[in-house]
Design a protein around this ligand. Structure first.
Ligand code: ADP
Length: 704
């Protein structure tokens, strides 16, 4: 049973007055750890009323875990008298009436009264210090960690992870303002203590907010947000559904601001249970966010700078020209990749290079002069020099240099670009050469043209002379031809009489040989032979007469002819041969157009063709087809036989006296006559033939 009376007799009012006005908490307890006295400050600190605490055990002021050790310590002190903690100040955790723990600094003292020990404890609340320490610890840990991060996202990710781990948050995520600064996007970094929160991030990845929209968006209005239940009906948390699904309740949203006070990132931390605001933690994170802001902003700017720097450096490095830079003293300090490829050196060697080994002296002097002159007034320069390439070949280089300045307009050296112009130079030389050659060729062409004119003139004259000559020769030939025709005419005419005479004489000889007394058989056969020869001669003369008639244009009138009538006449003429050979002659004249021709000539053509068709027959019974039809501008008369045929490869059919068959009687004039007639009339004659099968002769009459 506890007593309500203070069991200590304090030595006068002076102690009490001191104790009550002390800023620290003071407890006095006996050997049994019963609280005999505590000052007002102590009651405030632990949350008790005086009557609740006096007579209670000291252990109600300490967490359960320390109680055993406490009694052990008292016991040891009472038995041995050896103080371990007495007279010392220690840091320890105390227990508030509301069961929360808090750090205290405890100074213990002990003294004897009436043979019993009394103990006094002076307690100072060090929560504030402790929090500052803790805060500093977390800040330290996070700052150290993120300072080592190599990218903005890594730093962000580490921050979230450490805050979650230090503060016991279930998961955390980050949001960033996009480059256009009008939308808030999910940063691809998050931390989760358990896999089950993953769906929140899957949903968040797709989400975007406007500044001020929802809970996430309102953080971007530079507000720290705490909500003990985001799943509550009235909460403005947009991803309520998924938060409910994965079991998240409380949220802490902290803005991270730039040094100009603009929010560029926010951190959101979630807890599975509903929790009222932890002001200490909020303060830690908020103060961390301020530090982080500067750091992350720097990191982000650095990163963007590096990206654009890398971009420009890549362009510079791969630029298809040799790029160089000097320092203020004109000493080279940079060459791009293209330059190093040209020289075949690494940057280090190139920077140390002795120029006289790669640029001819006169060119080097020119370069130095140009550079020095330009340097005087910081102007640009341009110079052409020869420079040795990696393969030892000297190339022509056009080098352009200009001064460059930093942001503050301080001269920083020369920046230049050099082009390999060897090929251009060669091309120009080639072009010049080609131009000269072209000029020469043009001149040559002009003189050739002149010569050609001259030659042409001479040629024309020669042609004129030749034409004259030819005309003369032609006249002579025509004369000879006429003479020949006349000769044939007179010869054939004049020969008729003597042949008739010979014929008469042979007839007279017949009278002699027919006498039965005439026995000389040899003479008889000779007379027969003479007769045959005379007959042949007569035929030849007849044909020759025919030719000379054509030559002399002794043509009868051109008129529409009745072909079938002419054919019938000819058939009568050849009655004997047809009968003897048992030839079948068929006509197909149904499509025959009107043929306008000389009747005599047409008759002659039909006669010759039909006679040949029967004459040059084979073993077979002769079959002759006479056809007439129209094709294009021609009326065609064709005579087809099934005779012996002609080997057309060798045949020059239409030449005078040409014969390919000597077994049969003939003069070799018939086809020649046809050709002459038809050629003169502007037509033509064609033959198709196959040896052993037969022939077709087609005569083309020009049809008006
Ligand atoms: P000829 O009949 O008097 O010998 P042609 O000028 O009419 O003279 O014929 C020339 C040659 O062409 C003939 O000797 C003959 O060899 C050949 N010939 C003409 N027509 C035919 C034909 N229908 N079939 C076979 N051979 C032919």
């Amino acid at each position: 049973m506890k007593s309500k009376e203070p069991r200590i007799k304090l030595s006068g009012n002076s102690f009490k007055a001191v104790a009550e006005s002390a800023t620290d908490s003071i407890f006095v307890a006996d050997e049994n750890s019963t609280i005999l006295y505590c000052n007002k400050k102590a009651l405030e600190l632990f949350g008790y009323q005086e009557e609740e605490i006096i007579g209670e055990s000291l252990t109600i002021l300490m967490p359960e875990r320390y109680r055993k050790a406490h009694f052990k310590g008292i016991k040891r002190f009472l038995s041995s008298g050896e103080p371990k903690w007495i007279g010392k100040t220690i840091e320890i955790t105390a227990l508030h009436k509301n069961k929360t723990e808090f750090p205290i600094e405890l100074s213990l003292s002990a003294w004897k009264e009436e043979e019993k020990y009394l103990f006094a404890g002076i307690i100072r609340d060090i929560t504030k210090n402790y929090n500052i320490m803790k805060e500093m610890g977390i800040l330290q840990t996070i700052s150290t960690a993120i300072s080592k991060a190599d990218s903005f996202n890594n730093a962000l990710s580490l921050t979230i992870k450490l805050i979650c781990q230090e503060g016991g948050w279930s998961c955390g995520e980050a949001w960033v303002l996009n480059r256009a600064k009008h939308m808030i996007e999910y940063a691809p970094v998050w931390y989760m203590s358990e896999e089950k929160f993953l769906p929140l991030f899957e949903v968040s990845k797709q989400a975007t907010f406007r500044v001020g929209e929802g809970m996430t968006g309102s953080v971007f209005l530079n507000k720290t947000v705490w909500n003990p239940d985001i799943t509550a009906h009235d909460s403005n948390f947009k991803r309520k559904e998924i938060a409910k699904q994965v079991g998240l309740k409380s949220v802490l949203g902290v803005p991270i601001v730039t040094h100009e006070g603009e929010v560029f990132t926010s951190l959101m931390f979630y807890l599975s249970e509903s929790k009222e605001e932890d002001t200490i933690f909020t303060r830690i994170v908020t103060s961390l966010a301020i530090q982080l802001g500067t750091f992350l902003e720097k990191k982000q700017i650095e990163e963007r700078l590096k990206q654009s720097r890398d971009f420009y450096i890549t362009i510079l490095e791969d630029f298809p020209a040799l790029i160089w830079r000097t320092n203020v003293d004109g000493i080279p300090e940079y060459y791009n990749k293209t330059w190093l490829k040209f020289s075949g050196n690494c940057l280090e060697d190139e920077l140390k290079k002795d120029w006289s080994t790669s640029i001819p002296k006169e060119d080097f002097d020119r370069l130095t002069n140009a550079f020095q002159n330009a340097s005087k007034d910081k102007s640009t320069f341009e110079v052409e020099i020869r420079m040795k390439r990696y393969d030892g070949e000297y190339r022509w280089i056009l080098s352009l240099g200009r001064p460059f300045y930093d942001i503050d307009k301080n001269f920083k050296g020369y920046l230049g670009v050099s082009y390999d112009i060897t090929d251009q130079k060669r091309n120009i030389a080639k072009l010049n050469k080609s131009y000269i050659e072209l000029q020469q060729t043009t001149e040559e062409l002009l003189s050739t043209e002149e010569m050609l004119h001259k030659l042409n003139f001479e040629l024309e004259k020669k042609v004129e002379d030749r034409t004259k000559d030819l005309n003369e020769k032609n006249d002579t030939l025509l004369k000879i031809n006429t003479d020949l025709d006349n000769f044939i005419y007179t010869a054939s005419h004049d020969l008729k009489a003597p042949i008739a005479n010979i014929e008469g004489l042979t007839t007279m000889l017949d009278d002699v040989t027919s006498d039965p007394t005439f026995r000389n058989k040899e003479v008889i056969s000779l007379i027969e032979m003479i007769k045959t020869s005379i007959s042949k001669l007569k035929n030849t003369i007849m044909d020759l007469t025919e030719i000379s008639k054509i030559q002399r244009m002794e043509k009868d009138d051109i008129a529409p002819q009745n072909l079938s009538e002419i054919i019938e006449d000819v058939k009568v003429l050849f009655f004997d041969q047809i009968k003897k050979s048992n030839a079948e002659i068929r006509l197909n004249l149904d499509d025959c157009p009107v043929i306008e021709f000389s009747k005599k000539d047409l008759r002659s053509i039909v006669m010759n063709l039909l006679s040949n068709a029967i004459k040059y027959r084979s073993e077979r019974r002769p079959e002759v087809l006479i056809k007439c039809y129209q094709k294009d501008q021609y009326a065609i008369l064709s005579v087809t036989d099934n005779g012996i045929g002609i080997d057309l490869k060798h045949a020059k059919l239409f030449k005078m006296f040409k014969r390919f068959n000597t077994e049969t009687e003939g003069t070799g004039i018939g086809l020649y006559i046809i050709k002459r007639i038809i050629d003169d009339a502007g037509g033509k004659i064609e033959v198709e033939s196959e040896v052993g099968k037969g022939s077709t002769f087609s005569v083309y009459f020009k049809h008006q």
